[in-house]
Ligand binder design. Structure first.
Ligand code: F6R
Length: 261
């Protein structure tokens, strides 16, 4: 795991955007795996800036989002399809037909899950998967104790996740309790993973993901198995790491071709 610690979330998101932009420049028809939530918002703003000011071209890019709430139609303001349209897609020159978010209101949800896997495979697999980290260590909506080899499936959201995300729904009761999510096996199949986690609320999850035992109790720890996983942190989320100085040392002594700048 490559661990990059930056001073603040802003610097971390700019670095994350730079990593994704490079993938798109090197492979204009790249397949991007995307995430929603608070963490990547600034990264998406930076991608929009790179598109507007530096001509970053998304016209041939394909995207697959990690997850969607079961029961929310795509035009629901809290749906992840709506989030992506509002926060990224409508600001860049992406072909909307190439953007994929699981359909949370599919008549046959199981078939929707299987079809999502097929669509990812038909697109040639994901070149880089962007991820956030739940306070309980989840990636996508793969909650603690779910199989580390799972494929796209319907997951029951944990109480912690409901509490963390219910604010925008007004109440816990108003929030969907289920989501379609790429499985951990699906995520690990991406050729690269890029996880962002910022702030003191993520300290314990980050500690377990990076330095703790590989365990289904912290789904993010599955990234320890990935041959090309990059984790971008800020000083707050990295505060619990025992080997933080080691990661900084490695970061300072990278060879030119290993640097992201
Ligand atoms: C979002 C997702 C989740 C979030 C995680 C962190 O598509 O799959 O795993 O990345 O819950 O959320 P934030 O960024 O809001 O702290």
């Amino acid at each position: 795991m490559e661990v990059l610690i930056r001073d603040n979330p802003d610097a971390g998101c700019i670095l994350g955007a730079k990593i994704i932009a490079r993938v798109v420049r090197e492979k204009p028809d790249a397949v991007l795996g995307l995430a929603t939530g608070r963490t990547p918002l600034r990264l998406y703003q930076e991608l929009i800036r790179l598109h507007r000011e530096e001509g970053l071209d998304f016209s041939k890019v394909t995207t697959f989002n990690l997850d969607e709430y079961v029961g929310l139609p795509p035009d629901h303001v809290q749906s992840y399809r709506y989030f992506m349209d509002e926060n990224l897609f409508r600001h860049i020159n992406i072909d909307r037909r190439r953007t994929h978010v699981p359909n949370g209101i599919a008549a046959d949800l199981h078939e929707e899950c299987r079809d999502y896997e097929r669509r990812i495979a038909d697109a040639g697999g994901i070149d880089i998967q962007l991820l956030g980290l739940g306070r309980n260590g989840h990636i996508g909506f793969n909650e603690p104790t779910g199989s580390l080899r799972s494929r796209t499936w319907i997951k029951i959201l944990s109480e912690q996740t409901l509490r963390d995300n219910s604010e925008v729904f007004g109440s816990l009761e108003a929030m969907p309790k289920h989501a379609i999510t790429m499985g951990i096996g699906t995520i690990l199949d991406a050729r690269r993973c890029l996880l962002l986690a910022f702030g003191p609320a993520k300290v314990r999850a980050v500690e377990h993901m990076v330095e703790g035992p590989l365990s289904a109790i912290c789904p993010g720890s599955a990234l320890q198995l990935h041959p090309r996983a990059t984790v971008v942190l800020d000083e707050n989320s990295a505060a619990g790491l025992r080997y933080a100085d080691h990661y900084r040392w490695i970061d300072r002594h990278k060879l030119d071709w290993q640097r992201h700048q």
